[in-house]
Design a protein around this ligand. Structure first.
Ligand SMILES: [Zn+2]
Length: 310
């Protein structure tokens, strides 16, 4: 399995355009040791050719342009990007779909609830239907293995599969009350296990603190990409960016009692990588105690351009 991290930051990126927190000021001025990061985006190589995007970041256009493997090879328009799988309807997960509207046939995998939010309630995403053939929406059923498409139709068996589990999160605030009431809560935020050649990768950029549904999948994976949004629960309150805690907006903090590091524990022998890192998170400062602690606990801190092979 070949995986590229095209972007590693949470919504807003690093630095965030309107943020004057210590990290954002420090990376702008070069007064802390830290790398800028674009908003979270993963790409997986499909077994014979082509690429699968995991979510569609608001920074997707620039991320594609900086990745030669994702460049079109044939006239007139033939992107190697064949499919997208969505883990939620959050703006940061879906806004990049609008960058893919240039008449490119695509397969889009999502839970039926996320599809309804995008295809029914947000008419702007209908621009994806202008391609010939139009974008095809494929339903993700929770807890079932799903074969991912391969542009080489001669392949007899799907070599890359994925399985979704509910992570217990909630739908974004922008979803209307009436639609929200009709949607099953378990389809709001999913984690994905990808399986290829007997190796498993688990992806969970948004882990609510009230549920441990991610543990089995994370511990049994060879490589897991986990929610590294915040270090402390009150991080956004401290910088004046919000009146809500990390837990209230669907992210378990890394540190402290009941944090991700404590909950994950020493179990599992696979590699662990923190992704979706918010610009306020002290782990972004490579000289911080928190950065050192994450590494000491056996975690890698994602940066743009990282590649993994399983
Ligand atoms: Zn900031």
């Amino acid at each position: 399995m070949d995986i590229k991290i095209l972007g590693s930051a949470a919504g807003g990126g690093f630095p965030q355009w309107n943020c004057a927190c210590r990290n954002c000021v420090g990376v702008r001025n070069g007064t802390i040791r830290a790398e800028p990061r674009t908003q979270l985006q993963l790409a997986l190589r499909l077994p014979t050719s082509g690429w699968l995007l995991v979510n569609a970041s608001p920074d997707l256009r620039a991320q594609i342009l900086s990745s030669p493997a994702l460049s079109p090879k044939e006239l007139p328009r033939e992107s190697p990007i064949a499919a997208i799988v969505l883990t939620s309807a959050d703006v940061d997960s879906v806004a990049g779909l609008l960058h893919l509207r240039e008449f490119q046939p695509l397969q889009i995998y999502a839970t039926p609830s996320v599809r309804r939010i995008l295809a029914e309630e947000n008419r702007i995403f209908r621009v994806l239907n202008r391609s010939n053939p139009p974008a095809v929406w494929q339903d993700i059923k929770l807890d079932n293995w799903l074969a991912l498409p391969d542009v080489d139709s001669s392949a007899k068996e799907a070599e890359l599969c994925c399985r979704a589990i509910s992570l217990g999160g909630s739908y974004p605030d922008y979803v209307s009350e009436s639609l929200r009431k009709s949607l099953p809560p378990e389809e709001a935020v999913i984690g994905l296990t990808f399986l290829q050649g007997g190796k498993k990768m688990f992806f969970a950029p948004s882990i609510p603190s009230q549920s441990d549904l991610w543990k089995t999948a994370a511990h049994s994976s060879d490589l897991c990409f986990m929610d590294g949004t915040f270090w402390t629960d009150d991080e956004l309150i401290h910088v004046g960016g919000s009146s809500k805690t990390a837990r209230e907006i669907g992210h378990i903090p890394l540190g402290g009692p009941g944090g991700l590091f404590e909950k994950f524990g020493p179990a599992g022998g696979g590699r662990r990588v923190l992704i979706h890192i918010n610009n306020t998170n002290p782990i972004l400062d490579e000289d911080s105690l928190e950065h050192a602690e994450a590494l000491r606990r056996g975690w890698q801190i994602a940066r743009d351009g990282m590649e993994f092979h399983l």
